[in-house]
Ligand binder design. Sequence first.
Ligand code: SF4
Length: 527
Amino acid sequence: MRSLLIYPLFPQSFWSFEKTLELIGRKAMLPPLGLITVAAILPQTWEFRLVDRNIESISEADWDWAEVVILSGMIVQKEDLLAQVQEAKKRGKKVAVGGPYATALSQEVQAVGADYLVLDEGEITLPLFAEALEKGEPNGVFRAPEKPDVSQTPIPRFDLLKLDAYSEMSVQFSRGCPFQCEFCDIIVLYGRKPRTKTPEQLIAELEALYNLGWRRSIFLVDDNFIGNKRNVKLLLKALVPWMEEKGFPFPLSTEASVDLANDQELMDLMVAANFGAVFLGLETPDEDSLTVTKKYQNTRDPLSDSVHKIISSGLRVMAGFIIGFDGEKSGAGDRIVQFVEKTTIPTAIYSMLQALPDTALWHRLEKEGRLRGQSANINQTTLMNFVPTRPLEQIAQEYLDGFWQLYDPQKFLDRTYRHYRILGEAYRNKPRQKRAPKPFDWNNVKAFLVICWRQGLVRETRFSFWKYLWNMYRYNRGGIGSYLGVCAQIEHFLEYREVVKVEIEQQLAEFLATKAEPEKEELVVSR
Ligand code: SF4
């Protein structure tokens, strides 16, 4: 069976980093791990061709070649996903769709003519789909009554990727998270019992990437890498000697809950296994809001102390923040900005709260008649999709002001530098790791020169830029490459904060115009 795997386009977003990618000569941040896992699960007698629309377009030869077209994506990719289903149907192809978007909103995918809905987790539903297709069944909806054992998942087909196009690679060790944050769709899709691969299995994936020549960063896309601390420690204990033997060929990063700060052994193991950064869902420094959203794990210790402990252990912190929780008091935006400044977090992803389909938040708001439509978007450029408890215009204004301040070039550079000074202190007392030399990359030289030109000459950051670079050379020489990589992110954020401002202001104006004419208002829609 000739299968064309299509990964839909992402809109410009916080994570799309177009300007930064342009600097380093890459086309996308991360590859479609889901689709290359799909290719590994389907019968290996089938032929696969992968088109990631974020790095290339689909040619007529690709369409002609395909006997079946398979798509997968997240809600944020839905516009392009639906368009590609229609393109495939126009050409008379059989179309199968799976992944988080199709699982959450299958009726939208069905409405554009997809033949097969391969929902939930593919380890269970893909074999059912393959069997139906081979038997000639014209359509079908495949669901999994239970969660699969991921220790049986095969190594993703990394060989299908155009490796040069990606800035980072992705692998996955676990699925699911034990917590119960009200807005989270992860626990709806993957459950609250974290399921992990075996250490040997993950190391075999890293070995496959190593053998393909991959030497850049790898992101473990786990929902919460430390959801099962026992198993993650077993993995790390096996990973450290593998990394040492290979000369630490790639830095790792991941997502974790903030209770990581309470486990020094775990943080030390992560650093020893070459983890350099971790993304934390901090959401807000307002404890009342954390309680309202059932993010109790973030209320147990002072959040800023936890962040400091993690950075001081040698892990760069990236973090997510949300505004718009029920009962939130005015000034929440400012409090987030102050918290980010205090904790020195350079990359702070900032969003207005959205109710995602099927989450506990969605169901509560639906019951309260507060949803403003059936769609959801997890982008930073969309107004909230429900009626909040304080005026939407107030939340939106605080959000815009906060976004603007967070990505002010001078503030961003200052924060990044302060962050790397703490990291420098953390590494001062650690034993030096024997690292294999990295392959020379002209793109990095070019990127360095462009950053020096823009941030060190053209912009008003010029004095700080050179002062900080000199201090980095004196106090944290080993961290300079990573520091400059984070400095480069401002190239994206400067453009993106403009996009956020224009789009939110436009939607806000439309919202206020509607509000002024309540008889035209179409507020509450129930599913
Ligand atoms: S900690 Fe993160 S992944 Fe876990 S439930 Fe909360 S938001 Fe979801």
